[in-house]
Design a protein around this ligand. Structure first.
Ligand code: NAP
Ligand code: ZN
Ligand code: ZN
Length: 361
């Protein structure tokens, strides 16, 4: 009897409490913060967050690098956890399921791109997991540095119990962001690919490109990462501060994937492409890039960009990882150590993704 009364009380509650870490402004850093989330509606899944990866995008948002942050700001879009409650119309998930949430929590669902499963390119504007206004026009989305989250079932991913959960979290952004362009450009056997920046995205790009059969060269500013690059499966390692090493790879790659988070010279990497080669830009430095046209014209080279991945492809990637035993190399941290982790990432000192253990919140 008592139990029934409790359940009824829960059902009528319109909000749930969330404990989190948030930034209050661009220079505050992150500190404990409690707030109310919308209780799950008929199509929503409530998730107890177990781990959340730390993406460099979180740092860009916290510092307002892109001029679009809304505060208080709870970052985090590499979320894995357990379903604790579902709405009445939820068919895909039940209490106890292992699930993930990435960078997207909603989109229009009717435009051509949404119909093709490319929700990240929704023509009416997708809804990011944090720091944007939701479709209701008033709620600001709050991310995964939190003990719980409520997400529409269509934006929740199934997570296999075959892989260690903490090492799966980064797949929800770093994983799909690198998997998607490799698939789009059909990169694999017979291709030579350069991967620029061995951080969260870079190390996943190495793992996938190797798994797809490409010959992989890591292009890094950190000589100390060579051993790790080779252990991750890379065939070659080039220190990009060493002119002689850079000269040796001029005109040699079919593709370059650039994951650098801050301002840098794109021309250095464009000149490493073969005729008809493509540089795929994933990193998002706030400053516009200066590209010398001759580097493109003379060898008919191309510059491309790619943003995360849609929901069906994210599920495909998670399934691929479960089948091929691919996870992220992570350093698990306590929630209170997040500001220090940001400082280390800004010095390129990360091996190769920080993941927050939410039990420490
Ligand atoms: P990360 O873990 O901090 O790694 C970035 C790596 O870039 C560093 O470890 C470093 O590698 C290299 N690097 C940093 N500053 C550099 C500089 N000035 N010159 C040359 N190399 C430099 O970052 P991440 O989480 O992988 O994210 C990388 C970027 O991708 C961020 O801008 C993020 O916002 C963006 N991102 C984009 C998408 C998308 O959908 N396109 C998705 C997620 C993230 P080395 O030590 O090897 O040089
Ligand atoms: Zn991310
Ligand atoms: Zn759409």
């Amino acid at each position: 009897m008592l139990e029934t009364q409790d359940k009824t009380a829960e059902a009528v509650s319109e909000t749930i409490m969330s404990n989190s870490y948030a930034a209050q402004n661009a220079s505050s850093g992150l500190a404990p913060f409690s707030f109310e989330r919308k209780a799950p509606g008929p199509h929503d899944v409530q998730i107890e967050i177990k781990y959340c990866g730390v993406c460099h995008t979180d740092i860009h948002f916290v510092r307002n690098d892109w001029g679009m942050s809304i505060y208080p700001l709870v970052p985090g879009h590499e979320i894995v956890g357990v379903v604790t409650n579902v709405g009445t119309h939820v068919k895909k998930y039940k209490e106890g399921d292992l699930v993930g949430v990435g960078c997207l929590v909603d989109s229009c669902r009717v435009c051509d791109n949404c119909n093709e499963g490319l929700q990240q390119y929704c023509l009416n504007g997708m809804v990011l997991t944090y720091s944007v206004i939701a479709k209701d026009g008033k709620t600001v989305t709050m991310g995964g540095y939190s003990n719980n989250i409520v997400v529409d079932q269509d934006f929740v991913l199934k997570v296999s119990d075959k892989l260690p959960l903490h090492a799966v979290a980064p797949l929800l952004c770093a994983g799909i962001t690198t998997y998607s362009p490799l698939r789009k450009w059909k990169i694999g056997k017979g291709h030579k690919i350069g991967i620029v920046g061995l951080g969260g995205l870079g190390h996943m790009a190495v793992k996938f490109a190797v798994s797809f059969g490409a010959e992989v060269t890591v292009l890094s500013t950190s000589p100390a990462k060579k051993e790790d690059a080779i252990r991750l499966g890379a065939h070659k390692f080039v220190v990009t501060k060493d002119e002689e090493q850079v000269q040796k790879v001029a005109g040699s790659f079919d593709f370059v994937i650039d994951t650098i988070s801050s301002a840098h010279d794109y021309n250095l990497y464009i000149n490493m492409l073969k005729t008809d080669g493509t540089i795929i830009c994933l990193g998002a430095p706030p400053e516009p890039a200066q590209v010398a046209m001759f580097g493109l014209l003379f060898q008919r080279r191309m510059v491309a960009g790619s943003l995360i991945g849609g929901i069906p492809e994210t599920q495909e990637m998670l399934d691929y990882c479960a089948e091929h035993n691919i996870t992220s190399d992570v350093e698990v941290i306590d929630m209170k150590d997040i500001n220090g982790a940001y400082q280390r990432m800004e010095k390129s000192d990360v091996k190769y993704r920080f993941v927050i253990d939410m039990a420490t919140l």
